[in-house]
Write a protein that binds this ligand. Structure first.
Ligand SMILES: Cc1cc2nc3c(=O)[nH]c(=O)nc-3n(C[C@H](O)[C@H](O)[C@H](O)COP(=O)(O)OP(=O)(O)OC[C@H]3O[C@@H](n4cnc5c(N)ncnc54)[C@H](O)[C@@H]3O)c2cc1C
Length: 464
């Protein structure tokens, strides 16, 4: 528990209503979307940048850990306050400060829900493409801190490709500003990217400048159905090699299809080994042509059927299956390791093959789905942690998924971040020199180490 004097100091900054210390609140804020938890000592909800500065100064003075939190949808343990201290909940700072249709930029506070920006941009004919499945819940502060991805990543890129600048409060309370509204700022190293994906370990992000793009004139959505998942995976690399860049190229295996069908009852092909959900967008003439060519590629690679949506409503129906994966999985087992193993696109078929072998070896259900077009696969290992023996098999399978991904030249995280869930494997990805560099940078930016301690390069458990 924090000392009453410290609570008084915090309350004087944000108001007593925005400082919580009750045990039930601590329990709620001890979690994210993983199955880990650790309780904070207080939750503080700042309403402005000045309040953030003052709270961080108080924390620094009292050597209190500060763990930022957006919506708490993280899949790697990022907002869990491992070392207690303060959870800084950023959702009151939720103003869209500017949407500029001429320069095609938006400036937002970190607590803005991603969908709110998408909606505001659409109103002036612009698109903010990063579209994590948590779009309607997660905050832009969380998206930038985790470098969130989504289905549209294939064509448009992930969050990193849209962050032009941030303002962040450092652990001594100073505000650093990186980048600006110019798309192509080359004044020195890209400090904006230092904060993008830094998972709250370097500074508290208080404003974000984001790039917007024009909304494409038309799009075409199709679903390709396969007897064999391997053929769906092969289609991914053949399509990407063809020169066509689809907007989305999502894969679902039979386990995913069956669990979504059991959940929704929408007539999905439950006997299929796998399916691809593909979208192409752009101007009318090329979209028609691209859709036709992609459909031909699917058939050549073994698709038994390609369903082309004729109306926006039909396209939505095709998307429904993909969007319902998370709740559907929840019905299969109470616990999951939701991975974002990402490999070079050409190696998606190899990763699929390896994951199928791991599934067989450890006899645990592993759903294979994800943003296959940019190599970002979501092997999701399902288990019940109350069953010790099953949990051990799931952990062994998880270990092998990480190792195989790295052996294929991939990354542990294409979008969910490292947090502490994947931190034991981070050194295996970065190498020793890269790992030490990560530690040195953190020490230079946050010398007192109060920002999100115990995560990423400062994991205290055993390293692989
Ligand atoms: C059902 C479901 C679907 C998902 N789908 C996707 C997906 O398709 N793609 C994807 O990339 N992710 C996905 N995720 C993961 C998650 O939604 C993203 O990582 C998201 O970016 C987290 O945002 P948040 O607001 O919930 O942040 P939180 O979970 O609250 O925090 C995430 C990290 O950001 C830090 N942070 C938050 N705000 C700030 C700030 N202002 N300054 C500094 N650090 C900060 C926290 O300390 C933490 O380390 C999904 C999660 C769920 C539950």
């Amino acid at each position: 528990m924090l000392k009453p004097d410290v609570i008084k100091e915090l309350s004087a900054v944000v108001g007593a209503d925005h400082v919580m210390t009750a045990n039930e609140d601590m329990i709620i804020y001890s979690n994210d979307a993983t199955m880990f938890n650790a309780k904070p000592e207080a939750i503080v909800q700042p309403g402005s940048r000045d309040e953030v500065v003052e709270i961080v100064k108080i924390a620094d003075r009292h050597h209190l850990p500060v763990t930022c939190r957006g919506a708490g949808t993280c899949l790697s343990g990022g907002p869990i306050p491992l070392k207690g201290g303060i959870v800084l909940e950023m959702t009151r700072m939720n103003r869209i400060l500017k949407v500029d249709p001429v320069n095609k930029v938006a400036v937002v506070e970190p607590g803005v829900i991603a969908f709110a920006l998408t909606t505001a941009a659409n109103k002036v004919g612009l698109l903010y493409p990063p579209d994590p499945s948590s779009l309607k819940e997660s905050t832009l502060g969380g998206n930038v801190s985790e470098c969130a991805g989504g289905p549209k990543g294939v064509k448009y890129g992930i969050t990193r490709n849209f962050v032009l600048g941030v303002e962040a409060v450092l652990s001594d309370g100073s505000i650093v500003k990186t980048g600006n509204e110019v798309d192509g700022d080359m004044a020195g190293p890209d400090w904006t990217m230092l904060f993008t994906g830094s998972e709250g370990t370097l500074g508290v992000i208080i404003s974000i400048t984001l790039r917007l793009v024009p909304i494409p004139a038309v799009k075409k959505t199709m679903m390709a159905i396969y007897d064999r998942l391997e053929d769906a995976a092969k289609t991914v690399s053949v399509t990407m090699a063809s020169g066509i860049i689809p907007t989305t190229l999502e894969i679902m295996d039979n386990l995913s299809i069956v669990s979504v069908e059991n959940y929704l009852k929408i007539g999905l092909p439950v006997k299929a080994g796998g399916l691809l959900l593909i979208e192409v967008d752009g101007v009318e003439s090329t979209v028609e042509e691209d859709a036709k060519r992609v459909s031909e590629i699917c058939k050549k690679c073994g698709a038994s059927e390609v369903k082309m949506a004729k109306t926006p409503a039909e396209a939505e129906e095709l998307w429904l299956a993909r969007r319902s994966i998370n709740p559907a999985f929840g019905q299969v087992a109470p616990c999951k390791f939701a991975e974002d193993a990402t490999v070079p696109r050409s190696l998606v078929p190899v990763l699929v093959e390896k994951v199928l072998e791991i599934q067989k070896k450890y006899d645990v259900p592993i759903f294979i789905c994800g943003h296959a077009g940019d190599g970002n696969m979501h092997p999701t290992i399902m288990f019940d942690k109350r069953n010790k023996e099953q949990k051990e098999r799931a952990e062994k399978a998880l270990h092998e998924v990480h190792i195989v991904t790295l052996e294929l030249g991939g990354t542990l995280s294409g979008e969910h971040g490292i947090g502490f869930a994947k931190a034991p494997y981070l050194r295996a990805e970065t190498g020793l020199a890269g790992y030490k560099l990560g530690q040195e940078i953190k020490k230079a930016v946050d010398p007192t180490g109060i920002l999100n301690p115990g995560k990423m390069f400062f994991y205290e458990g055993e390293l692989h």
